[in-house]
Design a protein around this ligand. Structure first.
Ligand code: C2E
Ligand code: MG
Ligand code: MG
Length: 612
């Protein structure tokens, strides 16, 4: 017996079933020699009992046996779950084709005919054992594979769960980021981006639903800055949150409230029949603003101005809608605040005009389109010119001469006024110096220059102005500055600093349009004022209204008792001149003497040595 065959047969258990002891013996011998472990059974019952005790790897089964033949044994084994896999090789002397077929039908795997050839038996046994071993291996591999698949499935499932969790986290983060991108962090209301998206959706709806209309309300707090500046930003923030809360109570299910920034809110009112719906809504809002806002540290009243526009098929994009609502809101402000205005096309034209003016104004400085006109100020005691007021004009390339009333407010709003006023001051001072050098005026003739309210928020500006004036080498009494009462009152702290600087430079100060501004006169004692310019409106109605005569007399008196001078503006007739002289007014200015003129025309006027 060689080593290889021993290894092959090792541990393989073969059950031989035959009622002929010789056969049993023969087969047992040749198989044992090959290293198989062999068990023997003389009939079918013994065979089945042997299988129940220990499963053999192969059964050699005789067909013809008493009591129960090989086929029946095989069928019994095959019908039992436990034993059905055992390969069965039938042994028989019968070499009949039908029986062989039957042998395979009942589950046999092979067939050996008697008398046995040892070599044939061994090769057939070996084949079946190999097959069985291979089958077993495949089975084991399958089990192993199954196990691995299960493990991998579990791993995959875990990985999948992890992935789902990460995905969920990422989605949460994403929605948080999205929320932040579309909401105002202070009030949690929609922000401009989200609001615009909603407007866009609504506009699309107007294109497909013919009778669908909505309204956009643009709301801005009135004088919010004062609350912020005086009570602090924390209170300001709290107020904004409260405003948001209060507005929210008025919103319908499909309405949208957004904070656009600062104290600006926008409201989308869904499905309005006509403008009256939106107006009613605005009325409710104004009503809500009539109650105080109770904040943690203060109770605050604030009003709001609202612009209304109807969203319908006429609009193409949300920006236009918001722009028009904004324009209407500005209109509401200019009408006196705490009200609403419905947008009209005129407002748009006006806004465009203003915008154009603003743009042109920016370029006007570079392109030197400004020109200074001079209006004589006449001493009423001598009747001679004692000074000039410098009044700026804008020579617009297409609009022609533009007067300050039209562009000064725009210049103030945009901050361009500083550059304009500085330029006027330098030009007027240079012109006066020029006239002095030409000896067309006396040394004591002065120039008055208007200073805007806005300049008072730039404390160092006056230092720059004073420096320019010194460079031109004018005497302090040659320059007078005109400011309005409101300039002083609205910026009293800054004004105090600037006026102090003025006093140090010995430059005189006039209060322009006196009598039209604040009723409080207390500032006259606090600030170094030298001249009161009585506003034209008092002079205009001098003849018609005796009360005005009394008022003018009072102002002149006030000036004189406080060591100031009085100038009457807007004198147009000799009668008024005479009256003002009677009242003891010091100086006069008006069309009666001369309209504001360009420098060259002033020189012609001076050449005629006028006296009134
Ligand atoms: P204001 O300083 O009160 O100037 C007097 C205004 O009254 C001038 O108008 C002048 O032309 C006009 N006026 C003078 N006499 C008469 C008269 O007899 N009858 C009538 N009806 N009007 C008369 P103007 O030049 O249009 O200036 C208007 C305002 O613009 C000025 O009022 C002043 O507040 C402002 N302004 C003018 N130039 C400047 C400037 O360079 N800077 C600043 N910040 N404001 C300026
Ligand atoms: Mg003036
Ligand atoms: Mg005036």
């Amino acid at each position: 017996m060689n080593k290889k065959s021993l290894l092959n047969a090792d541990n393989k258990d073969i059950l031989i079933v035959d009622d002929t002891p010789d056969n049993l013996r023969f087969l047992a011998t040749i198989l044992s020699e090959q290293g198989y472990s062999v068990r023997k059974a003389l009939d079918g019952h013994m065979a089945i009992t042997a299988c129940e005790n220990l499963l053999p790897d192969l059964i050699l089964l005789d067909i013809l046996m008493p009591e129960i033949d090989g086929y029946a044994v095989c069928q019994l084994l095959k019908s039992n779950e436990h034993t059905r896999k055992i390969p069965v090789i039938f042994l028989s002397a019968i070499d009949d084709i039908l029986d062989k077929v039957k042998a395979f039908e009942v589950g046999g795997v092979d067939y050996i005919t008697k008398p046995f050839q040892a070599a044939e038996v061994l090769i057939r046994v070996k084949n079946q054992i190999s097959l069985r071993t291979a089958e077993q291996k495949i089975l084991n591999l399958n089990i192993e594979l199954e196990k691995r698949v299960q493990e991998r499935t579990l791993q995959l499932e875990l990985a999948n769960q992890e992935l789902k969790r990460e995905l969920c986290e990422r989605q949460q983060l994403q929605s948080q980021l999205l929320y932040r991108a579309l909401h105002d962090p202070l009030t949690n209301l929609s922000n401009r981006t989200l609001f615009m998206e909603r407007l866009d959706d609504a506009l699309k709806l107007t294109q497909i639903t013919s009778d669908y209309q909505f309204a956009v309300l643009f709301l801005d707090g009135d004088r919010f800055k004062i609350i912020n500046d005086s009570l602090g930003h924390l209170v300001g923030d709290e107020l904004l949150i409260e405003i948001g809360n209060r507005l929210q109570t008025l919103m319908g299910d499909r309405d949208i409230l957004a904070r656009l920034g600062g104290d600006e809110f926008a409201i989308f009112v869904d499905k309005v029949k006509d403008i009256s719906d939106a107006q009613n809504f605005a009325d409710q809002i104004l009503q809500e603003f009539s109650y105080p806002f109770k904040l943690s540290r203060a109770e605050v009243f604030i009003s709001a101005s609202i612009g209304i526009v109807l969203g319908n098929i006429n609009y193409n994009n949300p920006q236009e809608l918001l722009r028009d609502a904004d324009t209407a809101m500005y209109h509401a402000k200019s009408q006196g605040k705490s009200r609403y205005c419905v947008f009209t096309h005129d407002m748009y034209q006006q806004a465009i005009k203003l915008l154009q003016l603003e743009n042109d104004l920016k370029r006007a400085i570079e392109r030197q389109e400004f020109i200074v006109y001079y209006q004589p100020i006449v001493s009423l005691s001598t009747g001679k010119i004692s000074g000039f007021e410098a009044l700026v004009r804008w020579q617009h390339p297409t609009l022609g001469m533009v007067f300050p009333g039209e562009f000064i407010p725009v210049a103030e709003e945009t901050g361009l006024i500083a550059a304009i006023d500085t330029w006027v001051l330098q030009t007027a001072c240079r012109q006066l110096r020029n006239w002095q050098e030409q000896k067309v005026i006396d040394e004591d003739v002065s120039i008055s220059v208007n200073l805007s309210v806005r300049l008072f928020s730039q404390p160092n500006l006056l230092a720059i102005i004073a420096q320019a004036w010194r460079e031109i080498q004018l005497k302090p009494q040659n320059l007078k500055l005109e400011i309005t009462e409101s300039a002083i009152m609205e910026n009293s702290q800054a004004a105090a600093v600037i006026l102090q600087q003025l006093r140090e430079c010995k430059i005189e100060l006039s209060i322009d349009d006196f009598g039209t501004g604040y009723s409080s006169l207390s500032y006259l004692h606090r600030f170094p004022v030298n001249i009161l310019k009585i506003d034209q409106c008092f002079i205009n109605s001098l003849n018609q209204n005796p009360r005005n005569t009394g008022l003018i007399a009072t102002i002149i008196n006030l000036a004189h008792t406080s060591e100031m001078k009085a100038i009457a503006e807007g004198i147009e007739t000799p009668e008024k001149l005479a009256q003002l002289r009677d009242l003891g007014c010091d100086f006069g200015q008006g069309y009666l003497f001369s309209k504001p003129l360009a420098a060259k025309s002033i020189e012609d006027l001076l050449a005629s040595n006028p006296q009134w």
